[in-house]
Design a protein. Sequence first.
Lengths: 116, 114
Amino acid sequence: AQSVTQLGSHVSVSEGALVLLRCNYSSSVPPYLFWYVQYPNQGLQLLLKYTTGATLVKGINGFEAEFKKSETSFHLTKPSAHMSDAAEYFCAVSADSGAGSYQLTFGKGTKLSVIP
Amino acid sequence: DAGITQSPRYKITETGRQVTLMCHQTWSHSYMFWYRQDLGHGLRLIYYSAAADITDKGEVPDGYVVSRSKTENFPLTLESATRSQTSVYFCASRAGTSNTGELFFGEGSRLTVL
């Protein structure tokens, strides 16, 4: 079984400030980890993902995340927030439970507000 | 245009009525998924399909029916809608069988059951 916990359903930052969105996961096998972003009235789109290899992964729009196995975390960061970053962010975990597995489990989401 | 489209985008119906939400993708992706999004729950998987004529239940399948006679279409039917099925429904697709693959989402169908 796998699960995702996102700490904070709502985070507010000032424009230009650091963005930090927290995600902790639980998985009985090595996980694949994803961050998706949802802008208002739109579907989700992939920001970045970790599968294997380098634990610091870079995504679109200046976001990055670091996989820390010892902490079971995959926090999302961006050095300087922009107004256009205001959206809802979802962390998701997938485990290799066999070919064709559908098991992508999403967290409950964190809504990011950026204050001018 | 290439992509994944859902229809209708907005739907209001009454308790007990049958509703079908349509999903169409132009990439010929093998996998298709239906999720519902509710406040406080994030996204929960309703059904998924690995290929035409192959479907399986997700986390919250009760009250829903799916079919996939063609690779590009994956309709979701609420046979007798209930108020608890008021939600935003997202269809998604993924190429290939790897769990590392990106999911591509439609823009969602907002359903209100009165």
